[in-house]
Design a protein around this ligand. Structure first.
Ligand SMILES: NC(=O)C1=CN([C@@H]2O[C@H](COP(=O)(O)OP(=O)(O)OC[C@H]3O[C@@H](n4cnc5c(N)ncnc54)[C@H](O)[C@@H]3O)[C@@H](O)[C@H]2O)[C@@H](O)CC1
Ligand SMILES: Nc1ncnc2c1ncn2[C@@H]1O[C@H](COP(=O)(O)OP(=O)(O)O)[C@@H](O)[C@H]1O
Ligand SMILES: [K+]
Length: 502
């Protein structure tokens, strides 16, 4: 990864954010200065997006999130807005910067029972942020319910109250925000589901924490962006030839299940693999022959035929799973693939077959010269790694990567890519229209195409997932998996064609 530009895309857990705050404080910026800056960022956003709001309700909680609320309340009042401030908890229990912000608030506190939700044209949610330690219940949950029931839009300070910034989950009540203004860097909870749906627009405000805080934190989680992998993205060389762009082999399904592997093969070729071959039974290849031209066909009825085929060392990259089936024959081919020690991409039925093996073949995966890439959706993930859903999707993917020694592409609207060495990326550009039959097969092909051109496994997985999302974005609603190849062509030309921006 290119370090300097990657810093912009770092995500910080609330715990890491606390350390960044402390770093800033130790390096000469008092906590209250940070709080004033946080209030200022919320004020700016509020004035920019709701300039006509006259009566604003600010709901403050018992910690520093509430402190930010008092700061913005004071600033709004100074600009002539009518501001109602509610406080959840006992004012005498406020401490530190929050207590200072409370004492600086020149107005009164409106009792929560009498809070005039119906008179407010905007609400600011400053109940809980990074310090949320459990699900909201009782009075807090009731208050959140009243906020959500009000007709006014809600701007959340840092995070919608009740949402975990680490996991993107809510164990109890949670504020449904119109927008969330967070500080320094986004948190995983802003991007992971269901959190993303509670946040509304996410705005990141600079509160004066120095960038050097990031280097000492050694944060390993990023939001997916070309800055993370552009340096490793394959670029055509004048002296290159098709073999220098790799030869990818895609295992076909049987005669009546050829479509999935064909989508994979076409996407691999489109993404730049020098040569792509589909391999399977003669019956299956006859069907493929009616559909493909540039893609080659290699007969291999049995696992032993596949083994013979793989004597050709130029077949550098091997993808299997889409449409493969879970027959004994498919299982034997998987065994050959694992032993062949190529750049492996395992998807769909190959993952199901793996999960049916006693040790899920993690030892075989770990023995590979280069890490395999596994692309499970939620069902396949659970079959392979069991139910780890009490943690976050990022932590689940990282644990799976550690267990298997593979790069994990844990798919969904919030696809997480994780490596055994602790790196992880959350993808955010995938539109809902990608939820269509065969779109995962295409993703496998895109990653295969990048791997065959020597892109390192983790970067190829991140780039593949991003290209997949972007291809869908240029096509928009109505796309089918067959169309993605066209979208890919547009994105590759526009973003990686040499003259355009990436
Ligand atoms: N110096 C700093 O640390 C800065 C902090 N900032 C703000 O401070 C926030 C973090 O402040 P805190 O760490 O004080 O945490 P919070 O203000 O998010 O919440 C902590 C308080 O809530 C209580 N609490 C947690 N979960 C609860 C639950 N489920 N039910 C009832 N009570 C619960 C805790 O006992 C504690 O009193 C950030 O989100 C941000 O808004 C900003 O002002 C920037 C500077
Ligand atoms: N709601 C959604 N929003 C964005 N992307 C999605 C959504 N649902 C699924 N996807 C993406 O679409 C692809 C579907 O893959 P998969 O579940 O394997 O389907 P298939 O087996 O039909 O190809 C994955 O890349 C996944 O991340
Ligand atoms: K909040």
């Amino acid at each position: 990864m290119t370090q300097a530009t990657a810093l912009a895309h770092i995500l910080l857990t609330p715990e890491e954010m606390g350390k960044a705050d402390q770093y800033a404080i130790q390096h000469g910026t008092p906590g209250y200065t940070l709080m004033l800056a946080a209030g200022e960022r919320i004020l700016e956003y509020t004035l920019r997006t709701h300039p006509l709001s006259k009566t604003i309700g600010v709901l403050c909680g018992p910690g520093n999130n509430g402190g930010d609320g008092f700061v913005v309340a004071k600033r709004l009042r100074s600009l002539g807005k009518k501001v109602h401030v509610g406080l959840l908890g006992d004012p005498s229990k406020l401490t530190g910067d929050a207590a200072k912000a409370f004492s600086d608030w020149p107005g009164k506190i409106t009792p929560l029972e009498a809070f005039p939700f119906d008179n407010c044209d905007l609400l600011i949610d400053a109940l809980f942020g990074a310090g949320l330690s459990r699900g909201l219940e009782g009075t807090a949950a009731e208050l959140v319910g009243r906020m959500n029931a009000a007709s006014a839009p809600i701007i959340a300070v840092d995070l919608p109250s009740g949402l975990s910034g680490r996991t993107g989950k809510a164990e109890g009540a949670v504020v449904q925000a119109t927008a969330s203004v967070t500080f320094f860097r986004k948190k995983p909870g802003h991007l992971l589901l269901p959190g993303r749906e509670f946040c509304g627009d996410v705005i990141v405000g600079d509160i004066g924490i120095p960038q050097t805080a990031l280097t000492q934190l050694e944060a390993q989680l990023h939001e997916n962006h070309p800055d993370l992998w552009r340096a490793e993205f394959p670029s055509p060389s004048l002296t290159g030839h098709k073999y220098s762009k790799g030869h990818a082999l895609i295992l076909s399904g049987s005669e009546f299940a050829t479509g999935a592997s064909r989508l994979t093969a076409k996407a691999a070729l489109r993404t730049g693999a020098g040569l792509v071959s589909l391999c399977g039974s003669a019956d299956a290849l006859r069907i493929h022959a009616a559909h493909v031209t540039a893609i080659m066909l290699r007969p291999a009825e049995t696992a032993s035929d596949l083994k013979d085929l793989l004597d050709d060392a130029r077949l550098t990259t091997l993808a299997l799973g889409p449409g493969l089936g879970t027959s004994t024959d498919a299982d034997e081919k998987l065994t050959i693939a694992l032993r062949a020690d190529r750049r492996l991409i395992l998807d769909a039925d190959a993952l199901t077959l793996l999960s049916q093996r006693e040790d899920a073949s993690f030892a075989a995966l770990k023995a590979l010269n280069e890490p395999a890439i596994l692309t499970p959706h939620a069902g396949e993930f659970k079959r392979l790694f069991g139910d780890m859903s009490e943690t976050s999707k990022v932590e689940e993917a990282l644990e799976a990567a550690r267990q298997s020694g593979a790069i994990i592409v844990y798919k969904g609207a919030d696809t997480v890519i994780a490596a055994p060495d602790g790196r992880a990326v959350i993808n955010t550009n995938a539109p809902p229209c990608l939820a269509t039959a065969g779109s995962g097969d295409t993703l496998t092909g895109i990653i295969t195409g990048l791997r065959s051109q020597d892109m390192p496994a983790f970067e190829a997985a991140c780039a593949g997932v991003w290209l997949h999302g972007e291809a869908a974005n240029v096509l928009g609603p109505g796309l089918t998996a067959d169309d993605l190849e066209d979208g890919l062509k547009i994105v590759l030309k526009k973003r990686f064609g040499g003259s355009g921006e990436t």
